[in-house]
Design a protein. Structure first.
Length: 126
């Protein structure tokens, strides 16, 4: 959880503000996962803080859903071209990739559980 909180702070994911009148507020929760190695053995525990977006209403709280990921057909095409041309392939991971995007809509979230924050303040997502 500490790694996730540090990443959220580093990317300045939110500002603590007073909730503007009439603005909806979503909750958040911790999601836990066990990261495994390719041989199936446990590598480490992971924790992600997620907004409870399922409580939002389309065209009221948001207009668009989008995840910046490559389509499988594009990935397969690029791999095919690389193999045909004899290119070396490399793999990389971008830690906390989704924290690096910009949020189009104005959104407010309850502060994470058990995290110190000023009273009556909420997280304005950025």
């Amino acid at each position: 959880m500490q790694d996730e909180l540090q990443a959220l702070e580093k990317t300045r994911t939110w500002d603590l503000v007073d909730l503007p009148t009439g603005k909806p507020l979503v909750g958040c929760k911790w999601v836990y996962k066990i990261k495994t190695q390719s041989d199936g053995f446990m590598e480490r525990y992971k924790a992600h803080l997620v907004a409870k977006g399922f409580t939002q209403v389309y065209r009221i709280d948001y207009e668009e859903t989008f995840a910046p990921v490559a389509r499988p057909t594009l990935v397969c095409s690029l791999i095919s071209i690389a193999i045909a041309k004899g290119w070396k392939l490399f793999q990389m991971n971008v830690k906390n990739a989704f924290l690096n995007g910009d949020l189009a809509e104005e959104g407010y979230m309850k502060p994470p559980p058990k995290i110190e924050h000023p009273p009556n303040r909420v997280c304005q997502l950025k």
